[in-house]
Design a protein around this ligand. Structure first.
Ligand SMILES: Cc1cc2nc3c(=O)[nH]c(=O)nc-3n(C[C@H](O)[C@H](O)[C@H](O)COP(=O)(O)O)c2cc1C
Length: 343
């Protein structure tokens, strides 16, 4: 039904309007969830245990799909083990001028330059809290955090810390997003000194809050760009180890445009099928670094980018991913996609 009826109708609309229409509808359609769950819930899968978290399967919703945590019940009902909310910034912000999402249908891809449009840490915290009572007890909520556009890069870590502190109680894990191409200079946080400062500051705060609240340390992932070389990957890996970061999400969108056939070239990050090769390549570089690492405590890898079928997912797992995340594949394949992959 999605491919033959709903998708053609949605694809007549502007991509962002279509996206908001669907999210708005499901944010108010809690009463439909048992039915959605009946239609789309997958078979029981082998869980993945990590720190104090139990992922009921390997597939999560990637950040950016539900920036403001308005449709958590839907992600739970269609079978994801986790949904990553955000990117959340301390203050609300409207993002870049529209239009800012573009469909590349022939390439099964999207280009976006949203620029962290979101309702800000306080409102998103409330949205998550309100949803919690309605979610399965094993549904995991990740919170992906970033910086406001107007915060100078030298103060970026303050913004990450503010979000971390405000959302600590509602997040099962955090992701530090240093890889959006749509916030000026954000990707400079991949460089050795800046990265070390950010990770150190966050983990100090993590220890401080968990000590104060008498709770376990929060699991922290780092989401990286696909547009890096081996040397940069090695610097990132060393910093992740040095600061006991729990995992690496590889990857965010790319600013490269290799092999596109749509003839659409807008400024922004490219996701979907054409990203798969690059994100797999980066994942395998981190897998190699992990294999060479003789220590006990190694970060897990989370594969993200261009998953459209079981083979794509298996390739990520073969390249060392313990979990995978999906965004663009859901737009093209619809809500039954997760059940199909998991079954
Ligand atoms: C419209 C759109 C918005 C996105 N927003 C975010 C975001 O706010 N934070 C983030 O970390 N990633 C964001 N992403 C990147 C996705 O989470 C994902 O890393 C990327 O799209 C690759 O996965 P895919 O090929 O399955 O889409 C966004 C992607 C798209 C298409």
């Amino acid at each position: 039904m999605y491919k033959f009826l709903i998708r053609p109708l949605l694809f007549l609309m502007d991509p962002e309007n279509a996206h908001n229409l669907v999210l708005n509808f499901f944010s108010k359609a809690g009463f439909l969830m048992p039915f959605v769950n009946f239609l789309y819930s997958p078979k029981k899968n082998e869980p993945f245990f990590f720190n104090d978290l139990t992922f009921r399967n390997k597939i999560g919703l990637s950040a950016g799909f539900d920036k403001n945590a308005v449709a958590l019940r839907l992600w739970d009902a269609i079978g994801f083990s986790h949904a990553e909310i955000g990117t959340v910034t301390p203050l609300p912000q409207s993002g870049n001028p529209k239009p800012r999402i573009f469909r590349l249908k022939k390439d099964r891809a999207l280009i976006n330059r949203l620029g962290f449009n979101n309702k800000g840490a306080d409102e998103i915290c409330q949205n998550i809290s309100k949803s919690k009572n309605y979610l399965s007890s094993d549904f995991i909520i990740g919170v992906n955090i970033g910086k406001n556009k107007d915060t100078p890069m030298e103060n970026a870590f303050y913004d990450y810390k503010l979000c971390f502190e405000k959302l600590f109680d509602v997040a099962d894990y955090f992701t530090l997003n240093i890889s959006s191409p749509n916030t000026a200079d954000l990707r400079t946080l991949h460089e050795n000194e800046q990265l070390s400062e950010l990770l150190g500051e966050i983990q100090d705060l993590n220890k401080d809050i968990s000590h104060r609240k008498n709770k376990k340390l929060k699991t922290v992932f780092l989401k990286i760009s696909p547009d890096i070389n081996k040397e940069a990957a090695s610097i990132i890996y060393d910093n992740v180890k040095k600061h006991n970061i729990d995992g690496i999400i590889a990857t965010n969108t790319t600013v490269t445009r290799k092999g596109l056939s749509s003839g659409i070239d807008e400024h922004g990050g490219l996701s979907g099928k054409p990203l798969k090769f690059k994100s797999d390549e980066i994942l395998s570089i981190f897998n190699e670094l992990k294999n060479k690492d003789r220590s006990d405590a190694k970060p897990i890898l989370i594969g993200c980018g261009g998953i459209f079928n079981t083979e794509d997912m298996k390739a990520k797992i073969k390249n060392g991913a313990s979990l995978v995340q999906i965004y663009t594949g859901m737009i093209y394949e619809g809500p039954g996609f997760i059940k199909k992959l998991l079954n």
